[in-house]
Design a protein around this ligand. Structure first.
Ligand SMILES: Nc1ncnc2c1ncn2[C@@H]1O[C@H](COP(=O)(O)OP(=O)(O)OP(=O)(O)O)[C@@H](O)[C@H]1O
Length: 246
């Protein structure tokens, strides 16, 4: 028997400033492994995860559909309540406080009512223990990504959502970030927005592809990426650089 999905998105419509941005978006995130949310620039990936987290911009709202987390309807729930259920979020800009130390960044992420898993974080990222007194702004992009992920893993979350973790990283650092994500995914299911298909190939079990605000493909990630013609048609990879051999 397969476990029920940890997250279920059904028929989600989202409007922002009077424009329809998502239409009928439907997909499941299994309770283990990495699910990649893919698609060209501007198709609605970030809007999808922001809708799940109740973080749509001013003028944005869910007009139809349902989001279910661990069996509970969270569609119109305020973000703080959703997050307290056990969803961690590492945003595209990483949300790291540059002027604070690594240790202070982690302390600020501590969520009341959760066990704080410093043992897990330091086991996964020994480098962060060594750099605990270093200001986060002086870390490399890959190390800052470690801090962002460590913040999500500290609170024993049951799902972690990560938006474009390798964006803007040098190829060598992309490999480092992919390793970090791989280690994290052994502990908690990830919903990962990622443009780098080498990273997707390495990490993802399932893939959801968006185009113009609609889901146009769901299925096994490696099967999709093995089909070059389909990948090119859905993602336009021929026209986009795919940095870094992760
Ligand atoms: N605050 C906003 N106001 C108006 N339109 C917005 C806003 N946020 C997003 N959009 C529009 O919604 C659409 C989807 O954007 P979104 O950022 O979700 O795409 P994406 O797939 O994450 O793109 P990228 O890969 O470039 O991050 C785009 O057309 C964008 O212009």
């Amino acid at each position: 028997m397969t476990a029920p999905p940890i997250l279920r998105v059904e028929g989600l419509d989202v409007d922002i400033a009077g424009s329809r941005i998502l239409t009928g978006v439907t997909f499941d995130v299994p309770a283990s492994g990495v699910t990649a949310l893919l698609g060209r620039n501007g198709v609605g990936k970030t809007t999808t995860i922001r809708a799940v987290l109740g973080l749509l911009p001013d003028g944005g709202r869910v007009t139809a559909g349902r989001v279910t987390f661990a069996g509970d309807d969270i569609t119109h729930e305020p973000t703080h309540r959703t997050v307290r259920r056990g969803i961690g979020y590492a945003p595209e800009d990483r949300g790291v406080f540059a002027g604070l130390t690594v240790a202070e960044n982690l302390t600020l992420a501590e969520r009341p009512g959760h066990a704080h898993r410093y043992d897990l974080v330091h086991d996964l990222f020994p480098e962060l223990a060594a750099r605990r007194d270093q200001r986060a702004g002086t870390l490399s992009g890959g190390q800052q990504q470690m801090v962002a992920l460590a913040r999500t893993l500290l609170n024993d979350n049951t799902l972690v959502v990560v938006d474009e973790p390798t964006k803007g990283l040098a190829p060598r650092v992309v490999t480092e970030a992919a390793e970090v994500l791989e280690r994290a995914a052994e502990r908690v299911p990830l919903l990962l927005v990622e443009q780098n298909l080498a990273v997707v190939r390495r990490l993802a079990r399932s893939a959801v592809v968006l185009d113009a605000g609609q889901v146009v493909h769901t299925g096994d990630a490696r099967d999709l990426l093995a089909d070059t013609a389909r990948t090119t048609a859905l993602l336009g990879v021929g026209s986009r650089p795919d940095h870094g051999a992760a």
